[in-house]
Write a protein of this length. Structure first.
Length: 228
């Protein structure tokens, strides 16, 4: 089976699927497009006009990173989702939670005014602080974890693949401009450090990714960079 993942180089949702493919050591081709000038062939195959899309044997096209990763997990070993229904459902819920956090992060990164920046930052850090509390508390979600370096303990999971792009960007932003609320989230930062050391995470973006991201934010007139 030939797999082609259609991408925009800075997209965190594409990165979720790249990480999953690399972790499973599945051969694939990565095709970058310009989302601001979408080629006609892409518009024809992408119902939502968004990346990622996964094209199978130039025939079937899957879209949405969560759906793509679920398909990959059901098709290629090792399995990254829990085998039991309740932990699996909880993992799916936290993957969806992570998607919302990524959207908040994008709004914060590209905000040009104080009001929008403050609102997006507040929403993002409320989510991150909630996740930090969950990692250390006795909530029902703890049934998915066993005290290891990853979300499910010693075993890398689709939750890790889903949140690694968020954490990578947080660390890049923190290096550009200190973010005290991120600095205070010790459990998340330890988790992030473990993920960012993995070859499938480090290799899921271009080698000069931080510079590309900073250039993109500068072009967007990011308040975050102007306040650095």
């Amino acid at each position: 089976m030939r797999l082609e993942l259609i991408s925009f180089p800075l997209c965190p949702f594409v990165q979720r699927s790249v990480i999953t493919l690399l972790h499973k050591q599945v051969p694939f081709t990565l095709t970058h497009i310009d989302l601001y000038h979408k080629p006609e062939w892409f518009v024809a195959i992408a119902p939502l006009g968004k990346v990622p899309c996964l094209r199978l044997d130039d025939d079937v096209v899957l879209f949405e990173s969560t759906v793509i990763n679920e398909y990959l997990d059901e098709t290629f070993l090792p399995t990254l989702h829990p085998s039991e229904a309740l932990p699996r459902a909880l993992h799916r819920a936290w993957i969806a939670f992570g998607a919302d956090a990524i959207l908040d992060q994008y709004q914060m990164m590209t905000a040009q005014g104080d009001e929008r920046f403050a609102a997006a930052s507040r929403q993002l850090f409320e989510k991150l602080e909630r996740l930090e509390h969950t990692l250390g508390g006795a909530a029902p979600q703890e049934k998915t974890r066993s005290g290891g370096p990853f979300f499910a303990g010693e075993k890398f999971s689709l939750v890790d693949a889903a949140l690694a792009p968020l954490f990578m960007r947080m660390e890049i932003l923190h290096a550009l401009r200190p973010l005290p609320r991120w600095e205070a989230l010790g459990k998340l930062r330890r988790w992030a450090a473990q993920l960012l050391e993995l070859p499938e995470v480090a290799g899921s973006v271009m080698p000069d990714f931080p510079e590309h991201l900073q250039r993109y934010l500068s072009e967007k007139g990011s308040l975050l960079l102007r306040s650095a």
